[in-house]
Structures are given as C-alpha cells and as structure tokens.
Design a protein around this ligand. Structure first.
Ligand code: KMH
Ligand code: ZN
Length: 279
C-alpha cells in the first residue's frame, strides 16, 4: 500500500473568468505566489494553464516558457503544463505547448463531452502528443475522463511503448458533465482497469465541483493520489466559495495525513514519476 500521497495543485484552469472568480491566479506573479504557498503546504506538482493580459486562456509560447522559468526559479515543484488548454484551442497550439519544455504535460486519452462543449482528443492527436513527449523526455500525466480512456491508454502503450521515464501515471478527472461521475463506484471501476496497465502504474483522482470530497476520500482509501485546485472546485462547502488554492491544498493535506499517507515532497514525486532530479 502506498505510504505517501502525491498532491497536485491545479490552480487556474481555462474555464473560469477572473471577473467571476477574483481569487483565481492568472498572472505569472499570482501563479508563483500560489505555487510557493501550495508547495509549503504539501503540494509536489503544479498543473498549469496560463492566461493573457486580459486574463483570458492562452497557449502563447513565450508566456508558457516564461511561466515554466518563473515556477522553476521560485519553487521545486514538478511543472506540468496543460496540453488540453481550452476547448477552443487548435491541435497545433496544444502540441506546441511541449516547446516550453516542462517536466510534465497532460495527455487526455479521448474525446469527452464537456458541459455544453466538446473536448476533442482524436486518436492521431493523442499518438502525436505521446510520441513527441517520448522524444523530448517530457513525462505525461494521462488524463482519464471516462472508463474507456483507460482502454485507449492500454492500446497506446501497447503500440507506441512506455512514456519518457518508463513510469505510467494517470489522473481520473471525475464529475465533468459529459464524463464519468465523481463517485466511489466509478473510481473503483477505474482502479480495477488500471490493473490492465503496466505494473507499477499509479493513479490520482480529481473530483470536479461537489464531487471533490467523495473522490478524494475514495482515492485515499484505494491507494490513489490527489489533484485539487480552483481549476476543478470553486465551492469549499455548501454556500461557501473557495477563498484560495491554498485552502484546497490544505484540506487535501489534512485528509492525506488522516489517512496516514502524508504528502510526498517534490523530490519524491520526481522519483515516483520518473522525472530526473533537479540539479
Ligand atoms: N480545459 C479542459 C478543456 C488538461 O488540462 O489537459 C481541458 C483540461 C485538461 O483542463
Ligand atoms: Zn487542466
């Protein structure tokens, strides 16, 4: 049984507007402050979406590079860029995210309805992302929005081989309207399917919206890791908006400690995920 917990913070996302959610970190400075505070609390990985000068989602290459550099300068966190972007981002821009040379990037394993939108992830696009990450030594986090995405991952690894670093890590993103529900039953079904993936595959889970707590508890009790943050959750409790990403990380750390699986450090996360140690 896993004895520690990998905690990822996803502080921004691409779906909420700064006007609606003033506490959302959208500038590089805001992102760095959030990253430092979340690291101090126990986060080891940061899943990053960036915004432009008007706080709108962007995949601007220069800003992505500057963000990676700023996070590396101020923290030891594993820097994971989103290759998912916003549902409107073209595939070419999503592939170009890798040019910013992050430690990790997300790689979503299939198309999913996403509220009123569609989050499109064609097979050929997934293969491109996976193989380019292999070539560049960028470690993927495979994002799983539905049970069938795990079967797609099995096929991907069977045809194209293991990711950079040789370790497979997946994140179940649960409770998206259009994807799998954020329930313990759905998490257990995914966990069972992980057994068909290479030995040693690890999983984290993310419960969107009000599914955050049931998913967190189910993940901890089945050996999974956690992703929390304002990308996924804007309400802390009924009628109580989230104050900050730190509040969500602190709650996840508290649950992990209660489960006697305290947070792992960024250095331990690198070892687990097959990412070279920082010089
Ligand atoms: N914003 C969603 C459309 C990822 O970061 O890779 C996609 C997403 C997944 O957030
Ligand atoms: Zn994301």
């Amino acid at each position: 049984m896993t004895t520690t917990t990998l905690i990822t913070v996803a502080p921004t996302g691409a779906e909420s507007s700064k006007a609606d959610v003033p506490a959302l970190p959208v500038t590089i400075d805001e992102l760095v402050v959030t990253a430092k505070e979340c690291e101090a609390l126990g986060a080891a990985v940061i899943h990053v979406h960036i915004r432009d000068d008007d706080a709108r989602p962007t995949l601007d290459p220069g800003r992505l590079r500057a963000t990676v550099a700023a996070l590396r300068e101020s923290t030891d966190l594993v820097v994971q860029l989103s290759s998912g972007g916003a549902v409107t981002d073209p595939e070419a821009d999503r592939l170009a995210v890798l040019d910013a040379a992050p430690d990790m990037a997300s790689c979503t394993m299939g198309t999913v309805n996403f509220g009123d939108d569609v989050f499109l992830n064609r097979w050929e696009f997934i293969v491109d992302l996976h193989t380019r990450m292999q070539e560049r030594g960028i470690v993927p986090e495979y994002e799983i929005f539905d049970l069938g995405h795990l079967t797609a991952l099995q096929r991907l690894l069977g045809k194209y081989g293991l990711p950079a670093g040789g370790h497979v890590h997946v994140d179940f993103v649960m409770g998206v309207p259009g994807g799998m529900p954020g329930t313990a039953d759905a998490l257990v079904a995914c966990r069972q399917a992980v057994r068909d993936l290479p030995e040693g595959t690890t999983f984290a889970a993310t419960g969107v919206g009000r599914t955050t707590i049931p998913v967190m508890l189910a993940a901890l009790s089945t050996g999974g890791h956690l992703r929390v943050g304002m990308e996924d959750t804007l309400t802390y409790a009924k009628g109580r908006p989230v104050d900050s990403n730190m509040q969500l990380v602190a709650r996840a750390v508290g649950f992990a400690r209660l489960a006697e699986r305290p947070p792992m450090s960024p250095a331990e996360a690198r070892e687990l995920l097959g990412i070279p140690a920082r010089p």
